[in-house]
Design a protein around this ligand. Sequence first.
Ligand SMILES: [Zn+2]
Length: 89
Amino acid sequence: MYYVPDGTELCGYYECSDCDNRFLSLKVAPTLVCPYCGEEPNMEIGPDEEMPQIVESAKLIKMIEGEEEVEKMDALLSLAITGGDYNWL
Ligand SMILES: [Zn+2]
């Protein structure tokens, strides 16, 4: 498994509207901070500095349920990342 641990039975399938990356995440929410182009909040910023804007650009496309389904999506997405055959769309 590439995105989620072995045995995961429920995860979210996301697509980023900024960088077009697709990925799976154990976090399930309508939108997420993109792990590729987004930035998690930086808690070490001083009080005088401007808060960076957190953009949740990755949108939930669908929930993937069932260990087999999760494993299948994970494999397909990993293949796309590693330059394999991704004519599955
Ligand atoms: Zn992105």
